[in-house]
Design a protein. Sequence first.
Length: 671
Amino acid sequence: MLKQWWKRRIQPKKDLNWFLQHPDMLEERGHALRIAGIYLLVGFLWILVSDVLLFALFPNPQTYHMAQSFKGWLYVLVTSATLYGLIRWRMQVLVQAAQTISAAYAELQATHEELVTTETELRYQKDLAEHIVDDAPSIIVLWSLDGSIEELNPYGQTLLEADASGDNLRMEDLLGESITSLRERLQTSTAVRSELGRWQVPSGRSVFVLWNSRQLSDSHRGEPRVISVGTDITERRELEQRLHRLAYYDALTQLPNRQLIHDVMDQWITLQKPFTLVVLDMDHFQDINDTLGHDAGDAFLEHAAQQLTAITSGHDVLGRIGGDEFGFLWFNVTDAEVIQRRIDRVFDVFGAWAVGDHEFMMTFSAGAACYPDHGQNSSDLFKNCDTALNDAKKHGRGRCKLYSQDIQDRNVAAIRMSSAIRRALENQEFELYYQPYMDLESQTIIGAEALIRWPQPDGGFISPPDFVPLAEDTGQIYDIDRWVIQEALNEMQYLTASGFGQLFLSINVSSRTVNQPEALEDLANTISNSPVNPQRVILEVTETALLDTFSAAPASLQRLSDLGVHLALDDFGTGYSSLEYISNWPIKMIKLDRSFINNIGLDEKKEAVITSVLQLAASLQYTVVAEGIETEEQWKFLTLQGCRRGQGFLFHRPLPKDQWHRLVATELLSQ
Ligand code: C2E
Ligand code: MG
Ligand code: MG
């Protein structure tokens, strides 16, 4: 039991807390007095009781005396043991206390070291935070949710031209967002990103800032505080704006470019807003560039852009969509009459444009397509607008065409026809027919006009008026004309070899070829390099060839004339050219158009015109050939009026080569 008590008292490891709860255990005077007290009590009891007890036990004085000695020893022994026990107990308590203190000290030491490390870390973090706030190239604002700014870092002060307290700033304006809305957003998420804020600094510059805000958890100062970090994206924004301008605006006129027009159309289409796209193409712009140079061309385009801008209003958009092409988007306009009225207004804007001594008449051709009727997307609308524009150009420039299914159908047919022409050229499908030229008085054959024919599998033909104009548009006419010339020259060689070298051969040349210097040069070379007698070659050109560009004959045409080739003006009387006008040209022959001959015997006025043309031509020494003589009456009238040459169904229809050869052989050999 004693052992247990001892164990309970001494053995359990006592920690610092135990000692703190039992301060008496380490109280030195009390314990010393207690030990001395115990010793005093034991000694007192021993002295008081031992002798009486001993005397009772050993009444014999001799044994009593001996026992007295033993009692003395026993006393020393017992007191020694007691002292030993008491001192050991106290020492154990002391040792334990010392150990506990030592352990607590070690713990304290470790905690202290930890605290020192934490303090160093905290100091480092503080330095870092201060460094970031002071030196980071970001605006850092500490502000209360009532909108008042508490601190603004140096970078922010410089950028926003403000002081540290941000007195001249309003947080709402900086963020570009109301405090209430930000406050709401901060309640649902810890960090929020604001829309782009735009702030005009006192010096007038605009600064664009992207903000990230976070509510601070520490709110011991009362009103919750927010830290907002702003990145200055002004430069990036300016760069973006510059790139945007480059990508979407034309550098010369500053007008929206084709891409932007596309985008606006896409937006309107998404909103299903009706509109009309109009593409304006300047007629003969290339002439300005060629005659006056590109600077003048640019000046003209700028001028045109200004004129067009002046008549653009409301939601309408004007853009430059290509070299000499401008585009209008007319919002909410799809009525054909309204479109035409507006186009008339646009055309009225332009007139003469003078640069230096030169004056140009500015005219435009235009095509228009409406959403939703003429296309469901911007690409289709552009495509259809171009189709309408090309149609307008084909029908004579300076006009506008609104897209229609008709135009599209014609276009598709034209594309098919154009591929068929290409195949026909490759496969040598074309043929030349020959319509004899007659001496009207003697009714003898003096030559023939070569007329192209395009035989079809069904045995019929596609006649020249059905494919020549298209071939002129596509440029295939150069190849056709080259083939015709070569074939006609071969025919002349054959006729010469067959003894009919005196016959003329008249060849039709397209106005395109006449107006294409290289093509005309090529033609002149082909004739001069061939063994045929150029004096027997007649080249028929139409009035349009002369009216189109030139006021004087191109050098190659003069060269052909010098070679001895006769140049004839075909279809005379259908256009506006006068005999006086063509006197500038090396033309010595005119072919009076069938539309005049038709009226012989029907219209006296027309007859009078024929008579006076024949008289004038004779006095100017032009040879006149009458086309399309179908009746005896026409023939007689013409002969009577002194017309010496003619062709027509009355004499012969255009004949295939073999029939023409047979005719020549029979008619000419019999003479
Ligand atoms: P063009 O040069 O005025 O040719 C005369 C046209 O009148 C021919 O039509 C001919 O067949 C037709 N013709 C001749 N006599 C009469 C007549 O008495 N009555 C009627 N109703 N018609 C008559 P075609 O062959 O259809 O040629 C039409 C036009 O096509 C030609 O008019 C010419 O401008 C062009 N053309 C024909 N062949 C060629 C060619 O090889 N090259 C080029 N570039 N154009 C050609
Ligand atoms: Mg002809
Ligand atoms: Mg003709």
